[in-house]
Structures are given as structure tokens and as C-alpha cells.
Design a protein around this ligand. Structure first.
Ligand code: G3I
Length: 383
């Protein structure tokens, strides 16, 4: 069966399975989540809220929602749980959109990850918070704002969410230092602010997995980012801050056509980083997998092949760590990837960063993820 024909069978199988779940069909290939669970992993993806019929990667876009439901066992809201979405003002919460995503996930028997309780950068906080007047007792007011936010979110979702990115991207890649924000300035420093976020989360959701999530990666130029994250994780351990796992976003960037040569060059430093993290006792969550197809030709066939080989090489190394439990992609379909707006290709060709193309057809990257799950050593989820 040619690649194209196989892709069509795969696509028809996956979409057909969702269309007529009552029919016990044998021609449906196992979903990525089924393949993942055979090794004690789960597979998932980001998904958004959207208005009915909008051409977006959302729960209200039937073909996209069907694809996510067919392939995944866990989802994460791309934007709807962030402060910028939840907090229109210091006193208001806007939960409607995130409520809809959690309800949709439960209707499809999918778990939900919470992303995120604090994105520790001024750029990603609501405008009102960056200019907020913390008054005569700024520490108390800053702590009140942060704990009220976390307590309110955790109380609303309770056990419906069992893993949270408590803090997102607090380390400045260029020098490994922690960012400061209006909130951390008021509270008395970034470490105190992040510690408070995790302690508040542990108190509010004692059974949830608490994750520090960041995009340090294995490509050249990430050394100071990795070092800064290690320093932060060591500090959490030293201070007894309740952090269970490192969220490894996995926004990969290809390094040229010879993906296998790239993997050989990148593996040593990446293993050194993952060894250091896991030897401190942290679990690992791959939270936002996608691939920026840099240094690759315009032609789709060689570009998709290199993206797939790079993905497989990355997952072969990273999934060799039993500490990895969940693997989530940052969207399942090229059509809706954030990367197109973030960094368009210089040749103006559309990016091809995810497992399915713009017409919802599976790509070699999907086969690469499936092959990586098949090759991964089994692990016990309970550990
Ligand atoms: O919803 C508003 C809409 O009402 C408004 O008209 C429009 C124009 O300003 O903006 C819309 O919000 C946008 C939002 O995406 C939803 O589309 C924000 O401006 C835009 O900044 C936001 O971008 C998201 C970005 O995080 C910042 O939050 C991307 O979709 C999302 O993919 C990206 O995801 C991040 C992870 O959270 C953390 N790791 C990196 C990853 C990629 O940057």
C-alpha cells in the first residue's frame, strides 16, 4: 500500500471511527493514544474554543474536534485558561470558554490538562495587572491576587483537572535569570512568587500533578535556557516547593535535511539535561510538541520526511526516560498552528509543523510519533 493510500485508509478509519463509533470496525488503525497507553504513556493535543463553524482548531469545528477526539486521551486548552483569557479585570473571572472546553473533553471521555495558573512574564499578564496599584501593603495585595486566582480556578474544576502547568516560562533564555513582573515585585521577588503559586496549587488540588512548564530545548542556542531551568528546579527542591514535573514544551526546530545527523549532534547535551532533571526526582511531561521546519526545502515530500525523522529521533531519546508520562502536541493540524503567525518561512511556503496537513490528512510526522510510541520502553504510570 502506497504512503498516500495508507494515509487515506488511516484518515478514513480515524474519521469513520468517530462518525460511527457503534460499528465495531477492524480496519481502523489504533489511535495515537491507544499506542501510547500500551507503554504507560498518554497522547493528547491542544484545542481551542471557537464559534460554531469558525475555521479554527476548536471544539466547535466538527472535523477538527472529531480528529482530536479520535487520536487523543488528554487535551489542553490552547489559551482559554490563561490569565489573559480568564481575567478581564481584577475582580472578574470569565470562565465560559474554558468551561466549554472542559465539558467537551468530558463528553468525549478525554482528560484535561490545565495551562496555566501563572505565565510569569509581563507580556503574558493582563494589561490591568501590569499597571496595577498594589497599595500600601503591596506584598499582601500581590499574594492575595495570586492566591485568589489559583484558589478560584482550582475550586471550580476540582478533580476534573489532574495536571496543571502551575507556572509557565519564568526563565529568560538569554541569561537563565528569572523574569520579574508587577506581581513578583509586589510580593518580594520571583522565587517567592513561584513558590507561593505552587504551594497554593498543592493546597487547592492535593492530588494534581504540579508542573513547571518551559520551552528550553535541544537545539543550539538553548544552553543558558536549560541551565536557568536546572537552577530553578534545584531551588524548588532546596526550598521544598511542591513541584512534581518539568513540562518540556518540545517546540522543535529542524537543523537541516539530514535529521539523523542532527539527532546525533544534539543527543548528548539533551541527555545531560534530562539526566539532571530526572535525577532530582522530577517527572517529565512533553506538553506542546510541534516542529518548525527550518533549513528545509520548499518541496513537501523531503520537508515532511525530515520533520518526521527529526521528531522520531527526538522522541526516541526523550521517551527513553521512564519519567515521561504524557505527550501532547500543540495542535494536530497545520492549518491552525500558531507557528504560521509567529515565524513564517522565508520562502513564503506554508509551515508544516504538526501531525496532520491543512486538509486533515495524516503526515509522515504522525507515523513518526506512532513509531516512537511502538519503540518506547514501557513505564508504570503510577510511579
Ligand atoms: O481572543 C483574542 C481575540 O478576541 C482578539 O480579537 C485577537 C486579536 O488581538 O486576539 C485573540 O487572542 C489571541 C489568542 O492567541 C487567541 O487566538 C492573542 O492575541 C494571542 O496572543 C494568542 O496567542 C497564543 C500565545 O500562546 C499567547 O497566549 C497562541 O494562540 C498560542 O498557541 C500560544 O501558545 C504558547 C503556550 O501557551 C505556551 N508555550 C508557547 C506556546 C506558543 O507560543
Amino acid at each position: 500500500m502506497t504512503g498516500f493510500a495508507r494515509r487515506d485508509v488511516l484518515m478514513a478509519g480515524i474519521m469513520g471511527a468517530v462518525a460511527s463509533p457503534l460499528v465495531a470496525r477492524t480496519d481502523i488503525p489504533p489511535s495515537l493514544d491507544v499506542l501510547a497507553r500500551r507503554k504507560g504513556l498518554r497522547f493528547g493535543s491542544a484545542i481551542s474554543w471557537g464559534t460554531a463553524g469558525a475555521d479554527r482548531g476548536s471544539i466547535a469545528n466538527p472535523p477538527y474536534a472529531r480528529l482530536v477526539a479520535a487520536e487523543c486521551g488528554v487535551i489542553v486548552a490552547e489559551n482559554e485558561m490563561k490569565w489573559q483569557a480568564l481575567r478581564p479585570s481584577p475582580t472578574a473571572f470569565a470562565f465560559e470558554r474554558f468551561d466549554a472546553i472542559v465539558a467537551w473533553a468530558e463528553s468525549k471521555r478525554l482528560a484535561t490538562r490545565g495551562h496555566n495558573l501563572l505565565w510569569h512574564q509581563p507580556k503574558w499578564l493582563p494589561r490591568w495587572l501590569n499597571s496595577y496599584d498594589f497599595g500600601a501593603t503591596p506584598k499582601r495585595e500581590g499574594e492575595r491576587l495570586l492566591t485568589t486566582h489559583i484558589d478560584t480556578v482550582l475550586a471550580r474544576y476540582g478533580k476534573r483537572i489532574e495536571s496543571y502547568d502551575v507556572v509557565n516560562e519564568a526563565v529568560r533564555p538569554s541569561d537563565g535569570q528569572l523574569y520579574d513582573t508587577s506581581l513578583s515585585t509586589a510580593i518580594g521577588g520571583a522565587e517567592a512568587t513561584l513558590d507561593l503559586a505552587f504551594h497554593t496549587a498543592r493546597a487547592g488540588a492535593p492530588r494534581a500533578e504540579l508542573v513547571y512548564n518551559d520551552y528550553m530545548s535541544w537545539e543550539p542556542g538553548n544552553a543558558s535556557h536549560r541551565a536557568g531551568v536546572l537552577k530553578l528546579l534545584e531551588g524548588f527542591k532546596r526550598r521544598g516547593t511542591p513541584v512534581d514535573a518539568l513540562g518540556v514544551q518540545s517546540h522543535l526546530v529542524t537543523q537541516g535535511l539530514d535529521a539523523r545527523a542532527s539527532v546525533t549532534r544534539l543527543e548528548r547535551d539533551w541527555r545531560q539535561f534530562l539526566d539532571a532533571v530526572t535525577q532530582m526526582g522530577y517527572a517529565l511531561v512533553l506538553t506542546e510538541l510541534d516542529v518548525r521546519d527550518n533549513g528545509l526545502p520548499t518541496e513537501i515530500t523531503p520537508r515532511d520526511r525530515a520533520v518526521a525523522d527529526f521528531t522520531k529521533g527526538y522522541l526516541d531519546v526523550t521517551l527513553s526516560y521512564p519519567a515521561v508520562r504524557d505527550v501532547l502536541s500543540w495542535g494536530l493540524c497545520d492549518r491552525y498552528s500558531w507557528i504560521e503567525g509567529f515565524e513564517p518561512r522565508k520562502d513564503k511556503a506554508l509551515r508544516r509543523p504538526t501531525l496532520y496537513d491543512r486538509e486533515f490528512r495524516p503526515k509522515p510526522m504522525r507515523e513518526a510519533v506512532a513509531a516512537a510510541f511502538a519503540a518506547a520502553p514501557p513505564r508504570n504510570r503510577a510511579t
